[in-house]
Design a protein around this ligand. Structure first.
Ligand code: FES
Ligand SMILES: [Fe+2]
Length: 465
């Protein structure tokens, strides 16, 4: 449910009028003063001064505060959430001498990375959100070590091609123009078909003599559940599976209520690994939501009377055509002074679909909904993590925002771990079903790497010239 700002302003004004209802005598006075009509003002502009001075300043102040306050209340209640936290805004511990941003840079420089797996696994990645690619427009995206131009035809289909023009290397995502299903380079006007990547027109040359080398690489793309997904495979192999459609979203039973976006400094494999790492749930996510995101302090504050209890099972799918999927069954309870508060019970079914997609459907006492996670490498050890929330149409947006806020807070605690840890290629695991799952997860995830999957090289190696 999206509400325009004009509608919100109107609602705020209505709220303001209601709030001054108690002072309706004053209001009547204001309306009485309005006898100074527009015509009179037009004829005698100097009367405006008299008119304005007739207002009680307190009435004006109350109306102003009520309009502004009403606007923010309406925003809180009705508009979808949009929470963006970029690298350096959280997940580090300032030491008193340097702030969070500076600490982020320091940690990135000095942290040991560990012997990480290849950095760009094979699969579908949510490279953009559908709503951000409007018809007839092009957007530049740098993901998976590629610079891409993503554009939407005026008819609606989205295409993804390499951004650099084969003619003289202009970046077509910067100033490129969309014509039909083609993208026109801003430098000399060559046009490229979005579906095939072939050059279809050169303004100063006979189109029959366009060389076959005049083409850009185009990538398999599909739009589903509000995301633009692109298929990446280091060996150039065509897609062997696709992300499933979520029926309730497709039919409109569940509506979009907001998004969060985070940038995480870690290897991509580390992030979904938390789904299988059930032992971290108590340590990281056990403390009450209101305790915040600083893991050093979450158990040491006035909210310690309340706790989250989690129970999770992680299982890789064994059906031949679903080996790219793993399933997590999760239940959540909130306790206060040792008693369960059933209002916050949650039953979750999460599906990890390939290396960078998680669809998580949940049931709460308020109704059902889904979190959709898109995880995309924007650098070898840098991930953009976007979450969308959908809930049943009848559920007020403020409820959905509460769940999304809760989910974001829990992820922000994970980010503190991810941003600072070293990848443990040979973790010391103990004989337990919890640690066995981590080993099982790593075997499952390894299916997304292939012979030519790009490996991480230290920056200093690449500058050896
Ligand atoms: S560089 Fe693109 S047309 Fe020349
Ligand atoms: Fe976690």
């Amino acid at each position: 449910m999206t509400i325009s700002r004009t509608a919100l302003a109107a609602a705020a004004a209505a709220l303001a009028c209601t709030s001054v209802w108690v002072g309706r005598a004053t209001l009547r006075r204001i309306l009485g003063d309005a006898v100074v009509t527009a015509q009179e003002l037009w004829l005698r502009p100097e009367s405006l001064k008299t008119y304005v001075s007739g207002f009680c300043p307190w009435t004006c102040a109350v109306v102003l505060v009520a309009v502004v306050g009403g606007y923010f209340v309406c925003v809180l209640l009705f508009t979808p959430m949009d929470r963006v936290r970029l690298l350096g805004e959280l997940g580090y511990v300032p030491d008193g001498k340097v702030d969070m941003k500076e600490m982020s840079k320091l940690v990135q420089r000095r942290r040991q990375t560990g012997d990480v797996p290849p950095v760009y696994p094979n699969g579908w990645f949510g490279i953009l959100e559908s709503r951000s690619v409007t018809p007839g427009n092009v957007r530049g995206v740098s993901v998976l070590g590629l610079d891409l131009a993503v554009f939407r035809e005026t008819e609606g289909a989205v295409h993804v091609v390499d951004a650099y023009c084969p003619h003289q290397g202009a970046n077509m995502a910067v100033g490129g123009r969309v014509h039909g299903r083609c993208l026109e380079c801003p430098f000399h006007g060559w046009s490229f078909d979005g579906a095939t990547g072939k050059c279809s027109d050169i303004p100063y040359c006979d189109n029959n003599s366009i060389p076959s080398l005049a083409k850009v690489k185009s990538y398999p793309v599909l739009e589903r559940n509000g995301f633009v997904y692109m298929w990446y495979h280091a060996e150039g192999i065509e897609p062997s599976w696709t992300p499933p459609v979520i029926d309730e979203i497709h039919t409109g039973q569940w509506t979009w209520r907001g998004r969060t976006e985070h940038v995480v400094n870690a290897h991509i494999q580390e992030i979904p690994e938390n789904g299988a790492d059930v032992a971290h749930l108590k340590a990281v996510h056990g403390a009450c939501l209101l305790s915040g995101i600083d893991l050093g302090r979450v158990y040491d504050n006035c909210w310690s009377f309340s706790e989250h209890l989690w129970n999770a099972q992680w299982t890789p799918n064994s059906e031949p055509d679903e080996r790219h999927i793993a399933t997590i069954h999760l239940t959540h309870h909130l306790t206060a002074f040792g008693f369960r508060v059933s209002l916050f019970n949650m039953k979750v079914l999460a599906r990890q679909i390939g290396p960078g997609i998680v669809y998580l459907t949940f049931e709460t006492p308020f109704g059902r909904g889904a979190f959709l996670q898109a995880l995309t490498p924007v650098g070898p050890l840098m991930q953009r993590m976007v979450h969308h929330i959908y809930m049943e149409r009848r559920i007020p947006t403020i409820i959905a925002k509460f769940y999304l806020y809760g989910e974001a807070t829990m992820f922000e605690r994970d980010i503190m771990i991810w941003n600072n840890k070293r990848y443990a290629s040979k973790p010391v695991l103990v004989k337990s079903k919890e640690d066995a799952l981590v080993a099982q997860y790593r075997r499952w995830y390894s299916q997304f790497y292939s012979e030519h999957s790009p490996r991480f090289t230290l920056h200093k190696d690449t500058l050896d010239w």
